[in-house]
Design a protein. Sequence first.
Length: 368
Amino acid sequence: MGSLPLEWGRTMDYAPLIEKRRARLAELEAAIAAPDLFDDRSRAEEIMREHRRTQELLRSWEELCTAVQHRSEAEELAAGEDAEMAEMAALELEELTPRIAKLEESVQYSLLPRDVTEDRDAIVEIRAGTGGDEAALFAGNLLGMYQRYAESRGWRMEVLDASPNDIGGFKEVTARISGEEVFRFMKYESGVHRVQRVPATETQGRIHTSTATVAVLPEAEEVDVEIRPEDLRIETCRAGGAGGQHVNRTESAVQIFHLPTGIMVRCEDGRSQLKNKETGLRILRARLFEMKQREAQQSYSAQRRALIGSGGREEKIRTYNFPQNRLTDHRIGYTAYNLDIVINSGALDDIISHMQHAEMQERMDELK
């Protein structure tokens, strides 16, 4: 296989791009075979990732070519005079149509210019917004939702720092999610999340509206951001909040001030100053890298910025309405009535798939 019937080319001719990827695959395989591949581990990992993605793209392309050919044959049979064969062909077409659409979308997405951050792990910061204790409880709900989503994808989630309140919620919590293409899927979660529900403490059954903010940052490497020691002021202090007697008698908390930008990071979740300092610098590096990425976003189209957003905490992106079991994403007009499953099971695949589809369509439009 390797080529599609001319009738398929409804959107664009992919063949030249596919041939470039075939040539690139040969280059990658030569690089992998080189004895000095792992002299630079970071470069080796990137080569291996690109090799795997290119193989997956070419597999999807071959499957698409085969499916389109089968569709063409089935359409001929469906239009024929043999009633039995026509019925069988019609059933095959019912199966082929959604499969071709899915494969076409996969190929399109893989051919788009790739964001360099998509393979990165992510730092997720969740903060209680308006709504007092109810907002803090909702922040805890979001943390649990992301934990279960991470587990479903085979990722690992580690809480880096947390400020719990007295009723089981969080004033703010920072976590790191590591795994395959974490930021590619998690980047859509940045913004204001609004919850509408009857709080457990509400005696008259009134619905309250509260918010929590989420910022998803691609984890930065040292080569991405230079942090000079002279630009930092690092202070140690006693940890506070929940955590038992230990945090009250040791000065394990660390506050890091980045003087040029005014960014302050505080970490007190670890039991040692060294651990908290390392965590704080990791979070600081991610925030500085985000600032750098925001500047680069100015070159994006206004349409794409509107979809993905700036990742700012001021953008209301989603509403969780518990009385109606309704989840609404305001960026793409997506609504589903399975909020309980999304929250309790971390079932975010469907909404993230819709976000990816919308982004892909807009990016394809930019290339036309």
